[in-house]
Design a protein around this ligand. Structure first.
Ligand SMILES: C[S@@+](CC[C@H](N)C(=O)[O-])C[C@H]1O[C@@H](n2cnc3c(N)ncnc32)[C@H](O)[C@@H]1O
Length: 465
């Protein structure tokens, strides 16, 4: 009860004031339209040439290799070259739709930091930050809750494969207060200071973030709790390469990408006649589905996060569209907010596959406690989205902005829009969920652990106006 009150207190101190109202756009998220796809453009040709020469040289490639090349090839990859988010891009995401989304995730971070006993060092890590809207909204909450966070050294760490997007993020977070690293041996490829004065670093891979805290930032601290990190990943895991497998009369066979015979500029899916290393290693013996997608890179990332959380403390909050080991063929492309054939004009459209949360849970093993997946609607409601909307509306006299706030709320929570399709999944340190033992030798009743915000229904907040 004590713990519940503490959490309600954090929520109330934030939902009490409107803060800044941020203009965001509102277009249908990855919507499906029947109108014809846009004309293919030049980047697709260079990627297609690259892929067909690869296939001619080595034979059909796995769907994972195809997806990796198309999305993150260092020269012509879709993410590497494009700013694809928003109304003029190919798709739009929750943080781009409404500021409330990032604000509630910011409260989640603070609440988990409190539950861990307010460590003196706090690393906020985001995987795949896109345009940087989520982390900007989270940091605005940190700024508003600066009294709660006072005396804590907060640093920001962004894992981003795209130089183009890292520039957009740097601009939005720091203005001009950032520079590209000249030190080839450093895993940090860009660094700067946010407009609220926090150090921020960019890395290509999760494993590049120094374990136990970034030495750059902790030199001046002698406390013994380095490394506490909250990891956020919104629509990151769906962009990681998947392998596809099909059950046949001969057993499991891997789906590959090949060139259409006599049509050198067209690609097609084929089944490999014999088992591959992936089909022998990645499938479960008791698999019941006839078509399965597995994302080993997602599995390795989860293992890395779990090890770090188990060793240094912290939590991960993962949001994506996905399922719990039930769906089959979910690989698809998006261009200009419309579905796009995944094999047509590669490099000109986003490629994505639903996240299999049951696989992520298996990969986390017993190193950490897993929560969810629960629906976005449920999570945001548990976090007090209705209250936050009312607070913003009360302080907003401008009719178009009010309409936009309401439209954004509907898009995020409506079961027919993003409310049910998107899921929240969390990894937490086991120590976070055990009773803290206080006052050695004294008989002191230890309070229970703080409930996990978002995954626990908190009931009405007391004393709300
Ligand atoms: C679908 S976007 C989501 C962006 C943002 N999180 C949002 O929800 O608006 C995927 C993001 O992950 C990044 N990304 C994709 N694959 C990556 C990889 N293998 N390593 C690091 N970042 C990656 C992309 O550049 C992009 O920033």
């Amino acid at each position: 009860m004590q713990a519940l009150k503490k959490l309600q207190c954090v929520l109330r101190s934030f939902t009490g004031g409107p803060g800044l109202i941020v203009a965001r756009c509102c277009v249908p998220e990855r919507s499906v339209s029947s109108s014809p796809p846009p004309q293919d453009v030049a980047p697709g040709h260079s990627m297609l040439r690259h892929l067909t020469s690869k296939i001619k040289a080595t034979g059909p490639i796995s769907v994972a290799e195809y997806m990796r090349e198309v999305l993150t090839n260092p020269v012509s990859g879709y993410y590497v070259r494009n700013d694809m988010l928003g109304i003029d891009g190919d798709f739009i995401t929750s943080p781009e739709i409404s500021q409330i989304f990032g604000e509630l995730l910011g409260i989640w971070c603070v609440s988990e930091w409190m539950a861990a006993g307010k460590p003196k060092q706090f690393q906020l890590v985001e995987l795949g930050p896109g345009r940087g809207s989520l982390v900007t909204d989270v940091l605005r909450v940190f700024d508003q809750l600066r009294a709660v966070l006072s005396g804590t050294s907060v640093s920001v760490h962004l894992v981003e494969v795209s130089p183009k997007l890292s520039q957009v993020q740097a601009h939005s977070l720091t203005g001009e207060q950032n520079q590209v690293s000249r030190d080839e041996s450093s895993p940090v490829y860009r660094q700067g200071t946010t407009t609220s004065g926090l150090p921020v670093c960019w890395y290509h891979r999760v494993e590049d973030i120094p374990e136990g805290g970034n030495s750059l930032f902790i030199l001046s601290f002698s406390h013994s709790d380095p490394g506490f990190s909250i990891f956020l990943a919104h629509e990151f895991f769906d962009a990681l390469p998947i392998h596809k497998f099909q059950w046949t009369a001969q057993g499991w066979r891997e789906v590959m990408v090949d060139i259409v015979p006599d049509e050198p500029d067209k690609l097609r899916f084929v089944l490999v006649p014999a088992p591959t290393l992936a089909s022998s290693m990645l499938l479960q013996d008791n698999e019941k589905r006839e078509h399965v997608e597995v994302c080993p890179e997602g599995g390795v990332t989860i293992q890395r996060l779990s090890s770090r959380i188990a060793e240094y403390g912290g939590a991960a909050l993962i949001t994506d569209y996905g399922h719990d080991g039930t769906k089959t063929d979910t690989f698809r492309g998006f261009r200009g907010h419309k579905l796009h054939d995944v094999l047509n004009a590669p490099g000109t459209a986003d490629l994505t596959a639903d996240v299999d949360f049951s696989y992520l849970r298996r990969m986390a093993g017993d190193k950490v406690a897993c929560f969810g997946p629960i629906t976005q609607r449920q999570f945001l409601q548990n976090m007090g989205i209705d209250v936050r909307l009312q607070v913003l509306l009360r302080s907003c006299p401008d009719a178009p902005t009010r309409a936009q706030l309401i439209q954004g709320f509907d898009m995020l929570t409506n079961p027919k829009k993003m409310g049910e399709r998107f899921k929240f999944f969390a990894l937490l340190a086991h120590s976070r969920l055990s009773q803290p033992v206080e006052g050695q030798g004294t008989v002191k009743k230890a309070p229970g652990p703080l409930p996990v915000a978002g995954f626990t229904e908190l009931g009405p907040l007391e004393g709300r106006s």
